[in-house]
Design a protein around this ligand. Structure first.
Ligand SMILES: Cc1cc2nc3c(=O)[nH]c(=O)nc-3n(C[C@H](O)[C@H](O)[C@H](O)COP(=O)(O)OP(=O)(O)OC[C@H]3O[C@@H](n4cnc5c(N)ncnc54)[C@H](O)[C@@H]3O)c2cc1C
Length: 404
């Protein structure tokens, strides 16, 4: 084994940063043609994994995290909350404790993580072969790369996961939760933008008796004109009939009309927020949400493993996906750093320790999030949902009544 080149990774740039920090030679292979090729952007809240980010990144990169927040002037603090409202009455139902929570814009966050990393673009993984020395990854552009460990971190639709489960494909396949979703990054009329910024938190949730879940978060407030600020607006609801799903997927005007109609009974500013999304705004529609209940895989003696959404695809209503992806990186770092020598056997042991932890954590969190998503869309169950009962904590069994 060439100790100078022990790892090839796909994505989760945190892992790339971690491995580089640990002195391990790593390359990241990304299917997109460039960092800006993907038009879709979003933001994510980090509720409990902040310390693990600190563990993963160099002091220089840690010092830059505030700059990639949705509001770079925001300073995290002990008393921050994520409010949940009754969307129809406007009453605040809960202020979920979110101590020291931060909210990161995906694109500049990835830009930060790429610093100093060997990232190869236009490399879509096609197939994997294991060898005595390690593993080879073949890409759709006809090239092949060799390394000692392949970390498949290509998100929900992971080619690596499909390869790991190729002898029993159903075990590696995504499953569906019958909940539909709309997401947009949008500007809003200035009075609405100012009303949202005046709320107790620049990210919040509204739920209501119809089973509609609304989430909004400030995305970018850099421009001086509030009418130029952008917000992420997300609505989810019990899945439509197949004919309607097909129509919404192909007709963005029809989709926006449906969102506007859904927002009609909502209180201000939730109604104005959805109804203020300009026609023509780029939006996404998902007919049913995906999940993959983590199952143990055969990593071929520490040659191939999974991380991030590839290892635990979950629904997003409790905002746990990124926190778990960061935890994967931190755990892997711990075990790789503990290797006594750069040998095939030591690497296999380190990866096995990582996998034992991620299999349990992944399976628990994916199942919890699936139940939570279903409960949030059923008014009779909402108050028993994990989000309302246990808040945003990593381990809901350890906290009562929103304590963290
Ligand atoms: C609207 C929304 C809101 C969310 N909010 C939160 C939140 O508040 N808090 C939170 O913790 N989580 C949140 N999440 C979840 C979070 O975004 C994900 O858990 C996280 O992005 C997972 O990162 P990842 O690197 O594993 O996968 P991804 O971000 O999906 O990245 C996978 C990468 O792999 C590349 N790729 C895919 N296939 C291949 C291939 N074959 N070859 C090469 N490259 C490939 C893709 O182009 C992509 O760049 C949210 C998700 C969404 C959609």
């Amino acid at each position: 084994m060439d100790p100078k080149r022990p790892v090839d990774g796909l994505r989760v740039l945190v892992i790339g940063a971690v491995l580089k920090k640990a002195g391990i030679d790593v390359a990241v292979f990304e299917q997109d043609e460039s960092p800006t090729a993907r038009p879709r952007d979003w933001s994510f809240g980090v509720y409990w994994a902040q310390d693990r980010i600190q563990e993963c990144l160099t002091p220089e990169l840690n010092a830059l995290i505030d700059t990639v927040q949705t509001d770079p002037s925001y300073r995290h603090h002990e008393a921050s909350v994520l409010p949940i409202y009754n969307g129809v009455t406007g009453e605040m139902l809960r202020a979920l404790p979110a101590p020291h929570a931060i909210r990161l814009r995906r694109r500049p966050w990835l830009q930060l993580l790429r610093t100093g990393l060997d990232v190869r673009y236009g490399k879509r993984l096609a197939s994997i072969t294991t060898t005595d020395e390690g593993v080879s990854a073949a890409f759709e552009d006809g090239t092949t790369e060799h390394g000692t460990l392949l970390i498949g971190a290509e998100g929900a639709h992971s080619v690596t996961r499909a390869w790991l489960f190729r002898s029993s494909p159903a075990d590696g396949a995504l499953q569906r939760v019958p909940i539909s979703a709309f997401a947009a990054l949008t500007t809003l009329p200035a009075p609405t933008a100012l009303a949202l910024m005046a709320m107790p938190s620049t990210w919040f949730i509204a739920i209501d008796p119809r089973g509609v879940f609304t989430f909004a978060a400030l995305h970018d407030c850099a421009p001086a004109d509030p009418a130029q600020w952008t917000f992420m607006v997300l609505l989810t609801w019990p899945a439509d009939e197949p004919d309607e799903q097909a129509a919404l997927a192909r007709d963005s005007d029809r989709l926006l009309d449906k969102m506007r109609a859904m927002a009609e009974p909502l209180a201000f500013p939730f109604d104005a927020m959805v109804r203020g999304i300009p026609r023509g705004t780029k939006s996404g529609y998902t007919a049913e949400l995906n999940y993959w209940l983590t199952k143990p895989w055969d990593g071929r003696g520490g040659r191939v493993t999974l991380a991030g959404d590839a290892a635990h695809t979950m629904t997003f209503h409790r905002g746990q996906g990124l926190g778990n992806a960061i935890t994967d990186a931190a755990e892997l770092q711990t075990h790789l750093r503990a290797m006594k020598a750069h040998t095939r056997e030591e690497l296999a042991r380190a990866v096995a320790k990582y996998e034992r932890e991620v299999w349990q954590r992944g399976s628990d969190v994916v199942a919890q999030n699936r139940e939570n998503t279903l409960a949030l869309h059923d008014w009779a169950q909402v108050t028993r949902s994990m989000l309302v009962v246990s808040g945003l904590s990593k381990d809901p069994s350890n906290c009562e009544d929103g304590e963290h």
